[in-house]
Design a protein around this ligand. Structure first.
Ligand SMILES: [Zn+2]
Length: 92
């Protein structure tokens, strides 16, 4: 089942580095340039909100969470719902 780590945490980066190394590297660079993790995963803008992919077939180990600004959500927000920590089982 896909993974729902809180965006931009150590766990999120670790999971994304396995699933999509390019995106992980991109977001790492964005965060470093911004000097904050409270920025958009894609472009580094603020304000942001955390989202999760809902209702789609995802690969095992897909990282189904992201942090987006309003513009990036408009562009790629289809199928995303606000991230609600605790909704998804990380209780192993
Ligand atoms: Zn953005």
């Amino acid at each position: 089942m896909p993974l729902y780590p809180k965006p931009h945490t150590k766990e999120w980066f670790a999971a994304l580095a396995r699933f999509n190394p390019q995106q992980a590297a991109h977001t790492k660079a964005v965060i470093e340039a911004a000097g904050s993790t409270e920025v958009c995963s894609v472009c580094g803008e603020t304000p942001t909100r955390d989202y999760q992919v809902v209702g789609q077939e995802l690969e095992k180990d897909a990282v189904a969470t992201t942090r987006l600004c309003g513009d990036c959500f408009d562009i790629r927000g289809e199928g995303l719902l606000p991230f609600a920590p605790g909704d998804n089982s990380s209780q192993n």
